[in-house]
Design a protein around this ligand. Structure first.
Ligand code: WT7
Length: 647
């Protein structure tokens, strides 16, 4: 497949940190020749060590890698204190509310509020180093304060996206053994208040959590239920706390946060990230991929409940000392020009969003960008799912005025930061292509037996060397960590990190991501496991069997398609609404299916394995090309096809 190539903007390249492909290869070759030396150089330059590390990389317990062992640092120092001498008055966070109000929070103010919050957590709620704190928060500055306050005192935060249901929240609170939950009464979306605290109340109502306090930020001041003794009001308490809270010296490998994500099997897993390696790469990738500098204004539209929000709204931008934009609302309210209006008003220089959002903005307001002055933009980014060439083209031409690089960044919750991405001042870009691994990242496209795939052949995307910001383990389940990420590809003769994505490399070395090769579905950039959805559907008494597959969707990328076999004698006339209500209750609205159909049986091999490939083909209305003669009952395929066509 040949695609158009767009060279970097020469004016941008002139000033860029990495300004040519030669410069890129120099860095990458340096890493290839002396891997530890490469990382040592950056760790020494970027991190304010409170006490020096002993070893750059310890591989002795592979795949449980350790980076910068025994070194001491503090992430809130990295993100705040160390900038105060030079840029106390610079805006750290530019907040814009759903209804348009704007607040500039300087590094000095951020420092005060984080210190106060840290003291509040310690003194009022008894939070200590190593304790887990769950955040169920909207996109407001207090969420940033809470994250950084945890980092300051060495507590491990675990943010649960506000779209998850009470059940999903409870599962995560229990699994993490959280002591404190931080939430808000609610916030505003599309001009109207919405609520979060009630979900926390429901989550804590039953089950056996270790939560002793709930800290509530009052944002929309709607009426909420109050549990005396347990619930504490942030707004009332914060002023009583000192703006000085010395940061805890943390070891490099101390956990910084947990973030639950879905895999191809079982329940969501608590991805554990650490202190030094994570913050180093958050800052380096921020500087290389977005090339932020000076008075740049960086806006990432993600939610802090996802890894993108962690690394590229909070930790990366602040570690790099830049101004990060935090937006409470949605880019389509009050109209499809909202995002572009914000770009014009604040003179945003880097804009980072998801393909789903680009497709929605394109569809709802193709000409909206032309109504605003978007000339401040220098770099545009995408993340979360493969972007399709038409959306890419609109983004490049209509939003970027054909002068901005598009950085199509491939990475995952587990990788902590970008892995494969163009460098805006160096890489000639191709539409919808993540291009090259970043310097220091060793990516390969391999076969399931470990041999590298030939040019043009799709294979498994793997990272063949440990990197500083990688997942360290799954909280409470180290075995699952090894199995989920390192078993498939160990035949390469060394532990290789297996991403779960497919990819293909062209003759020039460009890597294009082809999507998940495992049973993970990506709906509007939200990651869900088919097994997780199936487990919920199975809870229904009338369901005998269920199989969940993804179906391509014009806007959402993928949508959920569910096949259900009912138990004998059961009739369910309203199965779609019924099952979707269950999914909303157990996981959240993001898990609702577009298609739920009742079928007479599932296509299974004689050994009882469900042939999902057939179900995927049927969901897409594709012709079945697979050999179905090995099925226990080949006639079932025709019957399912008939039902699917009618649905
Ligand atoms: C999965 C990771 C990384 C932050 C957001 C999602 C898909 C991610 C791209 C991209 C094609 C992408 C992959 C990956 N993905 N970026 N640029 N092109 N696909 O984090 O929830 O951990 O999901 O998102 O399938 O495995 P996540």
């Amino acid at each position: 497949m040949t695609r158009e190539i767009f060279p970097p903007n020469p004016n941008f390249s002139q000033e860029a940190r990495v300004n040519s492909m030669d410069a890129y290869w120099r860095l990458q070759n340096q890493a290839l020749e002396d891997y530890e030396g490469f990382w040592r150089g950056f760790a020494d330059e970027k991190i304010e060590w409170l006490s020096p590390y002993e070893k750059v990389l310890d591989e002795s317990k592979a795949p449980f890698y350790e980076w910068f062992t025994k070194g001491q640092l503090n992430v809130s120092n990295q993100c705040i204190d160390r900038h105060l001498a030079t840029q106390a008055d610079k805006t750290a966070i530019l907040f814009e509310g759903d209804r348009g109000e704007v607040e500039h929070i300087s590094y000095a103010q951020l420092s005060q509020r984080v210190n106060q919050m840290a003291n509040l957590l310690k003194e009022e709620l008894g939070v200590a180093k190593g304790d887990r704190v769950v955040l169920y928060m909207p996109m407001i500055p207090e969420s940033a304060y809470a994250m950084l306050a945890c980092a300051r005192i060495g507590a491990i935060h675990s943010i649960v996206f506000g779209g998850f249901s009470a059940e999903a929240l409870r599962d995560r609170i229990e699994d993490a053994g959280a002591k404190v939950v931080i939430t808000a009464d609610g916030a505003y979306r599309k001009g109207k208040p919405y609520m979060l605290k009630s979900v926390v109340d429901n989550a804590l109502e039953s089950g056996s959590t270790a939560v002793s306090s709930v800290l509530v930020v009052k944002r929309n001041h709607e009426e909420i239920n109050w549990v005396e003794g347990r619930d504490k009001c942030y707004n009332d308490l914060i002023a009583h706390h000192s703006t000085v809270c010395p940061f805890e010296p943390m070891e490099s490998e101390d956990p910084l946060f947990l973030l639950y994500t879905s895999g191809s099997t079982g329940k969501p897993k608590g991805v554990q990230h650490t202190t030094a390696g994570y913050i180093l790469w958050a800052q380096m990738s921020m500087e290389w991929v977005f090339d932020v500098k000076g008075d740049d204004l960086f806006w990432c539209t993600a939610d802090i409940g996802w890894i993108t929000g962690h690394t590229y709204i909070i930790y990366g931008p602040l570690a790099a000392g830049t101004t990060t934009v935090m937006f409470e609302g949605v880019p389509t309210y009050p109209d499809a020009g909202r995002a572009w209006k914000m770009v014009e008003e604040h003179k945003i220089t880097q804009f980072y969003t998801a393909p789903t959002a680009i497709r929605v903005l394109h569809k709802m307001g193709e000409d909206e960008p032309s109504k605003y002055d978007l000339s401040s933009l220098k770099v545009l980014g995408t993340v979360g799912e493969p972007i399709d060439p038409p959306a890419w083209k609109w983004y490049y031409e209509s939003v970027g005025g054909s002068h901005c690089a598009i950085v199509d960044t491939w990475w995952q919750t587990e990788t902590g930061g970008h892995m494969i991405s163009p460098l805006p001042g160096a890489t000639p870009i191709k539409p919808a292509c993540a291009t090259f691994p970043l310097p220091g990242i060793m990516a390969e496209v391999i076969d399931s037996d470990g041999t590298p795939k030939a040019v043009g052949e799709t294979g498994l995307l793997c990272i063949t060397k440990p990197w500083p910001s990688m997942i360290r383990t799954i909280w409470g389940d180290p075995e699952r960590y090894t199995k989920a990420y390192f078993s498939d590809a160990t035949k390469a003769g060394r532990p290789v990190y297996f991403s779960g994505d497919g990819a293909v490399r062209d003759e020039a070395g460009y890597i294009t991501i082809t999507g998940r090769v495992d049973d993970v579905i990506n709906v509007s950039g939200h990651r869900m496991g088919t097994a997780e959805i199936e487990a919920v559907v199975n809870e229904d008494d009338s369901v005998a069997e269920v199989a969940v597959v993804a179906r391509p969707h014009e806007i959402k990328g993928e949508s959920i398609f569910i096949y259900i076999v009912l138990k004998e004698g059961h009739i369910n006339t309203d199965i779609k609404n019924h099952i979707n209500a269950l999914l909303a209750q157990e996981i959240g609205n993001i898990a609702k299916a577009d298609h739920i159909i009742e079928v007479p049986g599932l296509p299974k091999t004689r050994s009882g394995k469900i042939m999902r490939r057939i179900l995927r083909s049927i969901a897409k209305h594709e012709e079945i090309t697979q050999d179905i003669s090995t099925l226990e009952d080949p006639s079932i395929v025709k019957r399912i096809e008939t039902t699917a066509r009618e649905a």
